[in-house]
Design a protein around this ligand. Structure first.
Ligand code: SF4
Ligand code: SF4
Length: 287
């Protein structure tokens, strides 16, 4: 299964369950909904993912929810074919998962040549307090040879911004790479993020269009979706990764949910040349 040249990410949402409940979670859904997703077994994931032919700079990114909660997380890491690179997005707060990662996974397997860490840990002050324990866990992984860094979202609450500043110092003192991510979404009635490329995409007024993605998004049940909105709503899956005949295609698809797009899909970003005007999806023929 060849990944088209224009594709920039492959994200596998192993589970949408999470051991934390952050107020501004981007997978905006209640616990009952999160837990309702059927999950592929480790064996099914490995068989499906090992059919993928990607490029070194497009790893398989394990995400969630909290990916370490998947019952076969370690099995999946240890059985992904060597030609596929991997990244992990985690809150690094599930102790049992951390212990197993340290004991059972070769740090070099989760390491690739990239300008940022392969294991990207998210810091959520509201759930993690001052982050002392988080830093301790990151240090454990770093000392064992893993490539790991901490990221935090610039959620505009006073508490979050205060804690982030403290965390910057804590990370500096401990030799940990700390980075910030722009907040996209609403806060106190105000919309954060740049949607200048597709301003109507978050207007909540439905229109139809043609839409093309640059990301392979795979849900917990193996369903492939053309965007985060469809994935979180479990709607309009375009195939299943476990289907041996499934092909990843770089093409426009019809959508009648334009206006209800997820912030992550249509926010305007800079590309690798720092040029503004890029979004994860390309949209045309809106009416
Ligand atoms: S750790 Fe991440 S996935 Fe879990 S609740 Fe917080 S933001 Fe959501
Ligand atoms: S137009 Fe919006 S909702 Fe429709 S597929 Fe594209 S990103 Fe998803």
């Amino acid at each position: 299964m060849k990944i088209p040249k224009k594709y920039k990410y492959i994200t596998t949402f192993l589970t949408l369950r999470c051991n934390l409940s952050c107020g501004f979670c981007l997978n905006d859904m209640d616990k009952k909904t999160r837990n309702s997703f059927k999950e592929l077994s480790g064996k099914e994931w490995v068989e499906a993912l090992n059919r993928i032919e990607s490029r070194p700079e497009v790893p398989i990114t394990f995400s969630g929810g909290e990916p370490m909660l998947h019952k076969d997380f370690i099995y999946i890491l240890n059985n992904l074919k060597p030609s596929l690179n991997m990244d992990i997005l985690t809150n690094l707060s599930y102790e049992k998962g951390i212990e197993r990662l340290l004991k059972e996974v070769n740090p070099n397997r989760v390491k690739r040549d990239s300008p940022y860490a392969s294991i990207r840990v998210s810091y959520h002050p509201e759930q993690m307090g001052d982050g002392e324990k988080l830093v301790e866990n990151v240090k454990k992984l770093q000392d064992a040879g893993f490539s790991v860094g901490i990221w935090s979202v610039l959620y505009p609450s006073k508490e979050q911004l205060y804690s982030i500043v403290q965390m910057q110092f804590r990370c500096k003192d401990n030799g940990i790479d700390f980075r910030l991510k722009e907040y996209t979404g609403e806060y106190k009635g105000e919309l954060y993020g740049n949607y200048s490329k597709y301003p109507e995409s978050v207007s909540k007024k439905s229109k139809s269009c043609l839409c093309k993605t640059s990301e392979l998004l795979i849900g917990p049940n193996g369903g492939v979706y053309k965007c985060h909105r469809d994935l979180y709503e479990q709607e309009f899956s375009i195939g299943n990764i476990t289907d041996p005949d499934f092909k990843v295609e770089d093409k426009y698809r019809k959508c009648n949910k334009y206006g209800n797009c997820h912030y992550c899909d249509t926010k305007t970003k800079t590309n690798y040349k720092q040029k503004l005007g890029h979004a994860s999806v390309e949209i045309k023929n809106v009416n």
